[in-house]
Design a protein around this ligand. Structure first.
Ligand code: B12
Ligand code: SF4
Ligand code: SF4
Length: 364
């Protein structure tokens, strides 16, 4: 009976756009100690919320979130992957380790900043909750009464990748992403804790990374560690999204033209060659992020432009800080006037990063 119900729930998940669905138990996640060690090493940088007592007790045991929890349904939603051209660009990762040629510098003029694929369109925090609520209502209709539940995507105090692996959705790659052999890794994970007994799926047992080390080679800041974790404090995704203060000077030159997130370790991964199509709700037809134009955004134009996308999370001050660093890295002399203007910005952080960029460009 629970087997039939599980299949019915999975079929409904699929209809709602979840390309993968699996069930696991509420037992403590198998690699909780990895998370504790990671915190102890300070690899979480300034993301203090991860180290709080509340975060740790809940991550250590999902029943701390929902004591009645009997099963956890783990789901995946694909976002539109980077284009083929972008992916082959990332494959030329040797570019990060040598000086740019004159041709590359010229091509960088009037350059666009790079945005992580998941963040190019609608904010998933606006897309996924309705689907999860609908799935819960469906489950309640199937069992004929209310089912206690809690659902999360990204922001909950729960080790999503660990539970997804245990629910059979994929393996943890060396780049630390959860990868499915057919769907790749360009998807977001969500989970619903349920006061409902469902037969757990077998964990994903195999590791398909083999001897490959492409992601480790390609990571511009060398932040991928040998134990399938990363030093987040050096990761471009952290630097451009989570870090609220100055970007450490020694890392700025390694960030290239990424201005929100980073996809390099996924773009070079062979398992993403045939990545799934993204969910159409993400609607990633964004206007180009021309770097010099972006540096002129006011609070008002920033809010208008990004109010329905994840980029609003960086706020204008963080986003323009990132844009200034990217302009410094493109060696574009045409950027000097807007950077000079930014020296008068009301935000000292933007002024400081513009100054760095000007020095970087003029010192070439
Ligand atoms: C903090 C955070 C970050 C940090 C740190 C990332 C990191 N790798 O630790 C920063 C800001 C850098 C970041 C970046 C990104 N993130 Co993020 N992030 C999170 C968050 C909120 C917590 C992750 C965490 O706890 N990290 C600490 C480490 C120790 O935990 P972990 O990565 O989950 O790893 C666990 C397993 O790998 C396991 N493990 C370790 N070794 C082994 C070995 C084996 C054999 C097994 C089975 C397991 C295993 O142990 C760990 C603890 O359980 C999660 C959401 C969540 N609540 O879980 C999203 C999440 C991990 N992020 C996500 C995404 C999409 C991204 C980016 C792709 C965004 C972007 N394009 O810029 C990048 C990817 C960078 C990367 N290579 O990880 C997705 C990942 C989806 C996927 N397919 O894996 C998540 C799950 C959000 C979501 N709901 O979809 N992120
Ligand atoms: S997201 Fe970018 S910086 Fe972070 S680990 Fe992957 S390649 Fe390195
Ligand atoms: S690039 Fe290679 S090593 Fe890295 S996650 Fe993909 S398969 Fe694994």
């Amino acid at each position: 009976m629970t087997q039939d119900l599980k299949q019915i729930i999975k079929d409904k998940s699929r209809q709602l756009g979840f390309i993968l669905a699996g069930v696991t138990t509420p037992e403590p996640p198998p690699h909780y100690s990895t998370f504790e060690n990671w915190l102890a090493q300070g690899h979480h940088g300034t993301m203090e919320y991860l180290a709080s007592e509340r975060s740790r007790t809940r991550r250590a045991d999902p029943r701390q979130i929902l004591p009645e929890c009997k099963s956890i349904l783990v789901l995946a939603t694909p976002y539109p992957p980077p284009s083929r051209a972008e992916r082959s660009d990332a494959a030329l990762s040797g570019v990060k380790r040598r000086q740019r040629t004159r041709h590359e510098v010229e091509a960088a003029e009037h350059a666009e900043g790079k945005i992580a694929a998941y963040a190019r369109g609608a904010d998933y925090h606006d897309i996924l909750p309705d689907r999860m609520k609908e799935l819960v209502q469906f489950i309640e209709a199937q069992v004929g009464g209310p089912v206690k539940n809690r659902w999360y995507t990204d922001t909950g105090p729960i080790l999503e990748r660990d539970l997804a692996q245990r629910a059979g959705l994929g393996w943890i790659g060396k780049n630390t992403c959860l990868i499915h052999p057919k769907q790749g890794s360009y998807f977001l994970i969500s989970e619903i804790l349920l006061d409902l007994e469902l037969e757990p799926d077998p964990p994903f047992a195999t590791d398909h990374c083999g001897t490959c080390t492409r992601c480790i080679q390609a990571c511009p800041t060398d932040c991928i560690l040998p134990n399938r974790t990363i030093d987040a404090a050096r990761c471009i995704s952290y630097l451009t999204i989570e870090l609220k203060d100055d970007i450490p000077v020694e890392l700025r030159g390694k960030m290239g033209d990424w201005i929100f997130g980073c996809d390099i370790c996924q773009m070079v991964c062979p398992w993403n060659r045939f990545a799934a199509e993204g969910d159409p709700a993400f609607d990633d037809n964004h206007p180009p992020h021309n770097l010099t134009g972006e540096l002129t955004l006011t609070s008002q134009t920033f809010n208008q432009r990004f109010k329905r996308t994840p980029i609003k999370r960086a706020k204008r001050r963080g986003y323009l800080r990132n844009v200034a660093v990217a302009l410094g890295n493109t060696a574009d002399m045409h950027a000097l006037p807007v950077l000079q203007n930014a020296l008068n910005d009301e935000e000292s952080m933007i002024r400081e990063h513009a100054k760095w960029a000007i020095e970087k460009i003029t010192s070439r």
